[in-house]
Design a protein around this ligand. Structure first.
Ligand code: DON
Length: 319
């Protein structure tokens, strides 16, 4: 409403203009009360629904913050994008496409019927089935080695040591019967070649890593920057892996709402059920947003609104 639609200019405007637009993305959407905090993981129901933070990190390392951009929350499904990138770095484009797939299910993130409708194929690494299959592929002789490699890898994307949120991990581990069922189902189709319940445990830990909107923006900026973290200068994954990861996000990052997201915002993104939302403007910036109230598909409502605003006023839509 009343927002000017910019056309992409190939680069972001000056630092001060981006700074004030990030603040505006927060101010304009702060009052929105739509959506509901997730409660199927008990501890998430206790989140403060008023929290709202936005951060843009440019590929030159410039940081723009508004609101609760340094408040930490569990990364949840956004971890799927980065574990996929680490696995893709290890096994390559073709192997991962074959094993985990790239196509949208059109169904909820924890759908069981999507697996059955596709002959036991997990479909893509952003739904729980595909993420469990992807985590099971992580290099490592033991689940602990896999977990350590995931934590180290995601920390390199963020440019700081990420920590496990014990409370979230325990709460989810005590209630994740559906993910255990999905892992067993995948095992029955020969899609998980490790102990499926150990894969669920590693996956639950990766989802319980604590991040802020600023961390998400840095992680997104690393994907925008061909795999080089713009804050630390570390090369985390190859440019080819970033390209593959961003294509997967464009098709599947917001679950059954991925098409609407791409139509409205025009950028690869990934949501998490604690209210995090990561968006990547290739070659330009990462956007991190956090607000716990979700739409019915499990995507942060204010996070989507703030990101839609930024995509429009900064001319980021890649189409
Ligand atoms: O496996 C789960 O259900 C959660 N750990 C993650 C789900 C999630 O973040 C879905 N996203 N919006």
């Amino acid at each position: 409403e009343g927002v000017e639609q910019s056309v992409s200019t190939g680069s972001l405007p000056g630092w001060e203009q981006v700074d004030s637009l990030v603040v505006a993305s927060h101010t304009r959407n702060r009052a929105c009360q739509d959506g509901a905090v997730a409660d199927y993981i008990p501890v998430l129901a206790q989140a403060d629904p008023e929290l709202f933070g936005v951060c843009v990190v440019e590929v030159d390392g410039g940081v723009h913050l508004a609101g609760d951009a340094d408040v930490e929350f569990s990364i949840q499904s956004i971890s799927k994008a980065f574990v996929y990138a680490l696995v893709c770095e290890e096994f390559g484009h073709a192997a991962v496409a074959d094993l985990v797939g790239v196509n949208n299910t059109g169904l909820a993130f924890n759908s069981v019927i999507a697996i059955e409708l596709n002959d036991g194929h997990p479909m893509n690494p952003m739904v729980n089935a595909g993420a469990l299959a992807t985590t099971a592929l992580m290099p490592g002789a033991t689940p602990d080695e896999q977990w350590n490699a995931i934590r180290k890898g995601l920390s390199a994307f963020a440019g700081r040591e990420l920590e496990l949120d014990q409370e979230v991990y325990r709460s989810e581990a005590a209630t994740n019967t559906r993910n255990r069922a999905i892992a067993r189902l995948l095992e029955s189709y020969g899609r998980i070649n490790r102990d499926p319940l150990e894969a669920v445990d590693v996956y639950t830990k990766q989802c319980s890593l604590r991040v802020s909107a600023r961390d998400l923006a840095i992680m997104g900026a690393t994907l925008a920057d061909g795999g080089v973290n713009p804050v630390t200068g570390q090369s985390v994954v190859s440019a080819e892996v970033c390209r593959d990861t961003l294509a997967i996000l464009a098709a599947n990052g917001l679950y059954e709402r991925s098409g609407e997201w791409l139509f409205e915002i025009g950028l690869p993104g990934k949501s998490g059920v604690s209210g995090g939302l990561l968006t990547v403007s290739p070659g330009k910036a990462g956007i991190g947003a956090f607000s716990p109230r979700l739409d019915p598909a499990g995507n942060s409502v204010r996070g989507q609104q703030a990101t839609a605003y930024l995509s429009r006023v900064l001319g980021l839509n890649i189409f």
